[in-house]
Design a protein around this ligand. Structure first.
Ligand SMILES: [Zn+2]
Ligand SMILES: [Zn+2]
Ligand SMILES: [Zn+2]
Length: 149
C-alpha cells in the first residue's frame, strides 16, 4: 500500500512543542502553526504546500517566515526533509521520518520500515564508521504497475 501511516508519530502537537523546547527552541506563533500543519499533514508536503496551509490559519505569516522556521526547526532536529524524486524536498516531523521507495516512472511513493536497513546500517558502521541516514533520499525504481507496462 502506498503511504501507510508511520507508527512512531508523536501523540500530539503539544508533544512536538515540548520536544522543541527541550531542544532549546522558542515556541513562536508561526512555529506553533507550522508544527500543527506538519502534525496534521497527510504526507509529503513541500515548503510551498506547508506555506499555503499555514496561511489559511495565520494569513500574516509569509513564505520567508515559513522557510526560515523550516530551516531553524531542522537545525533543532525537530523537522527533517526527504527528497522523493527531482521535485522540491518534502518535510516531516523528525519523529515520523521513514524510508521511501519512489517510482521514477509514475511518481508513486511507498513506505518501508526503518529496520529493513539494519544490516546495511550495521555493515556501514562496522566497516567504515559510517552512519547511514535511510530517510533523507528515497530509493528510486519502478513500481509494480509500471514494471508490467
Ligand atoms: Zn513518506
Ligand atoms: Zn536534503
Ligand atoms: Zn509507477
Amino acid at each position: 500500500m502506498p503511504d501507510s501511516a508511520p507508527t512512531s508519530s508523536p501523540a500530539s502537537a503539544a508533544e512536538v512543542l515540548n520536544l522543541l523546547r527541550s531542544h532549546g527552541g522558542r515556541v513562536t506563533r508561526s512555529r506553533r502553526v507550522l508544527l500543527e500543519v506538519l502534525f496534521a499533514a497527510s504526507e509529503h508536503m513541500n515548503a510551498e504546500e506547508i506555506g499555503a496551509e499555514v496561511a489559511r490559519v495565520e494569513p500574516a505569516v509569509n513564505m520567508s517566515t515559513v522557510y526560515r522556521n523550516l530551516e531553524e526547526l531542522q537545525q533543532l532536529g525537530v523537522v527533517v526533509h526527504t527528497h522523493l524524486g527531482h521535485g522540491p524536498a518534502t518535510y516531516r516531523l523528525a519523529s515520523a521520518a521513514h524510508p521511501h521507495l519512489y517510482c521514477e516512472s509514475c511518481g508513486a511513493t511507498f513506505h518501508l520500515p526503518l529496520d529493513i536497513f539494519e544490516e546495511l546500517s550495521d555493515t556501514a558502521l562496522r566497516t567504515h564508521g559510517f552512519s547511514v541516514d535511510a530517510t533523507h533520499f528515497a530509493i528510486p525504481g519502478r513500481c509494480a504497475a509500471c514494471s508490467q507496462s
